[in-house]
Ligand binder design. Structure first.
Ligand code: AHR
Length: 809
């Protein structure tokens, strides 16, 4: 279906792109686009992992060690609180007692099948009449079955002496209509494995799986597992083909796993421990993650590696570096107790790559993969930061490099984007961005200024969270604008991955995600199509190109915010706008009538404040943070600038938007004294200046938003210039494209992503409403005009005369 491109009635904007096709800057990064996978929003269980039975080993009500549950909330050892569903005793399972029958079900931890999954289900049938006693599982929001499709069931069971062992296994509708039925006899009082195949006679997206009996007695069930026969590449313990096909569509080059915050956990026991995720699924422990549900770890360490290999992706394993999630009341492993955690990382590498004569290499071979997987990247920690991280990072880094110098390590710079690695040995730094859409447009060029002698950059997680966390065309285009900047700088930005990747629509705790699905259908958001277009149109060499575009000046305003704890280091605050005194306070307490006390913060002024000068006295004992131009939006939407002065004299000016932060220039060292010093912040139009004792410490000109962002590569095999152009604005843009240094041939192609409304998104009903349209593109001259529709991404593929494309230049 061809998109209807609506031209704006607003004033047209202008831009010019000058492309110098014979000036090749550097080769494209062959691994720029990859996948970030995390067990969040049921991305794995109830998603990519094709298992159909939920709570298959009856562990879902297990409360993690050292935690307790009260009023439906789980409390971690350090006081982090999260929802925990303990209202249903046996989640996802229900007992059916038909006409005059009676039974009880119990979670039983005596005589476990496996010590790693100690709980089984005991069914005591006490009374039988004409009907049946059954236990039913509803899977992940229904068990999707298809007419003629086969389903492979396996389970462990045992019985007491009184029970006949006769069971019937059925797939049925909610109302009890039978789609498939098989009989089986449990013939032992010891655990045995039983397997059979069910073939469905009908389609139903929300079928129920039922194990029933008409006999008295007691039986136990454990690890009840049902897989469609048709998994991706027909693999056992496999994945959903439709979801993998969406990933294939992105042409990804690496696979980062297993997360995300899941790596960190909210306590030591809930951190990802790879050794508990390998081998027979009956021996894998499930665990409750910080995304509020239990994971079976059915997709475990081995499956992650195998999946990456099958998809031809490089492997990136993220290890816990002895810290739980710093945003969730962290626990830190003492430095002298890190050995076990470091060893865990070394063992993981040995499992992935080690010779089969090594302990862990032998286990990998036993698990079906004698050859090395060739794990290439290890990220040390996820979103960890600060001195606690730095010290642990070093321990992990040196231990890893000593044994595996060929593995490439990745450092976290979360919350410290702009990266200064403080003398640490850093090969690649991982930066994350979850801001509103303007933020991505404003900082589309941030990597133009990065130090080429610094570490390489991996933009490990990014996705806009504007419009109340919804995926929209506009949001996707803002990401695309930022991606043109990544691509222009792919000499240092060598890898990136959008996050999160997948969400089951029934449990989308974090939004937006790249791909949404339910039991039977899947769709990609507009961001998915941006990723696809960028991932498929790479070229070989980045070409010199100069973009001149109209820009949108932003008029920034907002008040001042201080935290209560900063007040010991700040006094004599005075804010003046021209000659008007806006506020003057000697000792601020938060009780004043002209300020607002908001929890730990004191908010001065309001969103109308602009062009002001703030004078104050400052004495830095602990870090001082002064927010300016603050409109005090809620956390997700927050947007302010902040001057930060550390007790070591480290001074930074940063911009915080959503869950993201950009630091302007390098940190500065300032002289701190024991006496009160004179601080001043000046906000004039879009300029911010910070002074200490009259000396300018930071100056920043708030960026204008360009209407057009663009970058160009040359595809040497096809003799094609690939020009990416992003217009994330409401204006049409008249763009002159001037191509120098080559002759253009007439035929070409244009790929266009746009839609009627910038808020448009895809859905189960309209999965490709916002998706690319490909059309021929005829060029007659090496200088031509291209009118870009409002809110559009365009990729022009322009055939050029064969060039000398030396990728080593
Ligand atoms: O992508 C979702 C979460 O965002 C990741 O788990 C975490 O790393 C980040 O905060």
């Amino acid at each position: 279906m061809e998109n209807n491109i609506k031209m704006s009635t607003l004033q047209k904007k202008n831009a010019k792109i000058s492309i110098y096709a014979n000036q090749l800057r550097f080769p494209v990064s062959p691994i720029l686009y990859g996948l970030f996978f995390e067990e969040i929003d049921n991305a794995g269980d109830g998603g990519l992992y094709a298992e159909l039975i939920r709570n298959r080993s009856f562990e879902d009500s297990t409360v993690p060690e050292r935690c307790y549950v009260e009023n439906g909330e789980l409390h971690s050892p350090t006081g982090w609180v999260a929802p925990f569903n303990d209202s249903e005793l046996i989640p996802s399972w229900r007992l059916i007692q038909e006409e005059g029958c009676q039974a009880d079900t119990f979670l039983d931890d005596r005589e476990p099948l496996s010590s790693t999954n100690p709980i089984s289900l005991r069914v005591e049938v006490k009374k039988i009449n004409v009907g049946r006693i059954a236990v039913a599982n509803e899977g992940y929001w229904g068990i999707p079955v298809k007419k003629g499709a086969k389903y492979l069931l396996s389970f462990y069971a045992k019985k007491d002496e009184t029970f006949s062992g006769n069971l019937e296994i059925t797939l049925e509708s909610e109302a009890g209509k039978i789609y498939a039925a098989e009989k089986i006899v449990i013939d032992s009082t010891k655990w045995c494995k039983y397997e059979l195949t069910l073939e469905s006679k009908a389609d139903d997206a929300k079928a129920v799986f039922v194990i029933s009996t008409k006999d008295l007695g007691t039986f136990w069930l454990e690890l009840v597992s049902l897989f469609p026969e048709e998994t991706w590449r027909k693999k056992k313990n496999g994945m959903r083909s439709d979801l993998v096909e969406m990933l294939e569509g992105l042409n990804p080059k690496f696979f980062r796993f297993p997360g995300g915050c899941v790596v960190e956990g909210f306590s030591f026991e809930t951190a990802f421990k790879w050794k508990k995720t390998i081998g027979d699924i009956k021996d894998r422990s499930s665990h409750f993650t910080l995304w509020h549900y239990h994971t079976t770890n059915g997709i475990g360490y081995h499956e992650y590696l195998q999946f990456a290999e099958d998809m031809g992706m490089e492997m990136m394993f993220v290890v816990n570096c002895g810290m739980t999630c710093q945003a969730r009341n962290p626990e830190l492993v003492p430095i002298d107790k890190l050995d076990e955690w470091v060893q865990d990382m070394l063992d993981a590498i040995e499992y992935a790559n080690g010779d089969i004569n090594t302990k862990w290499g032998a286990l990998r071979a036993k698990n079906g993969h004698p050859e090395s997987f060739g794990l290439k990247y290890v990220e040390i920690g996820n979103e960890n930061f600060g001195p606690e991280y730095n010290v642990r990072y070093k321990v992990f880094y040196y231990a890893l490099k000593e044994k595996y110098p060929e593995i490439i390590t990745i450092f976290n710079t979360h919350w410290e984007v702009g990266t200064e690695t403080e003398g640490l040995p850093v090969e690649i730094a991982d930066e994350h961005f979850y801001p509103g859409s303007e933020y991505f447009q404003m900082y589309h060029n941030m990597y133009d200024y990065y130090d080429r002698k610094g570490p390489k950059i991996y933009v490990g997680e990014y996705g806009q969270i504007a419009d109340n966390h919804t995926a929209t065309l506009k949001g996707a285009l803002s990401e695309a604008a930022f991606m043109t900047g990544m691509e222009r700088n792919q000499d240092i930005v060598i890898m990136s991955s959008y996050a999160p990747l997948f969400a089951n629509v029934n449990n989308a705790l974090w939004n937006p995600n790249l791909i949404y699905f339910n039991g039977t259908s899947v769709y990609g958001t507009p961001s998915y199509y941006v990723q696809k277009i960028f991932g498929e149109n790479r070229g070989d060499m980045v070409v010199e190109a100069c973009v001149n575009t109209d820009k949108c000046k932003q008029f920034i305003s907002g008040g001042v915010t201080l935290s209560i704890s900063d007040l010991i280091g700040i006094k004599d605050i005075q804010v003046i706008n021209d000659n008007t005194l806006l506020i003057k306070e000697h000792e601020l307490t938060g009780q004043e009538s002209n300020v607002i006390r908001d929890g730990d913060y004191i908010c001065i002024g309001d969103s109308s404040w602009k062009n002001y000068e703030m004078n104050f006295k400052v004495k830095v004992k602990k870090e001082i943070r002064i927010r300016i131009l603050d409109n005090r939006e809620i956390f997700d939407n927050q947007n302010y600038y902040q001057w930060e002065i550390g007790p070591d004299g480290n001074s930074k000016l940063v911009h915080i938007g959503g869950f993201s932060r950009v630091k302007f220039g390098s940190s500065k060292k300032i002289e701190l004294e024991d006496e009160w010093q004179d601080g001043k912040i000046e906000v004039r139009e879009n300029n911010i200046c910070c002074f200490l004792n009259g000396n300018l410490v930071h100056e920043h000109q708030i960026a204008e938003i360009p209407y057009l962002t663009s970058m160009t590569t040359l595809d040497c095999k096809n003799n094609e210039l690939i020009v990416k152009m992003v217009n994330a604005s409401e204006h049409e843009i008249s763009t002159i494209i001037d191509i120098h240094g080559t002759d253009v041939l007439s035929e070409g192609e244009q790929i266009i992503l746009t839609s009627q409304d910038p808020k448009d998104n895809n859905s189960m009903e309209e999965p490709t409403k916002v998706s690319p349209v490909i059309k021929p593109f005829i060029v007659n001259d090496s200088s031509f005009n291209y009118d870009m529709a409002p809110y559009s991404l365009v990729v022009l593929k322009i055939k050029v005369l064969s060039e000398n494309c030396d990728t080593n230049k």
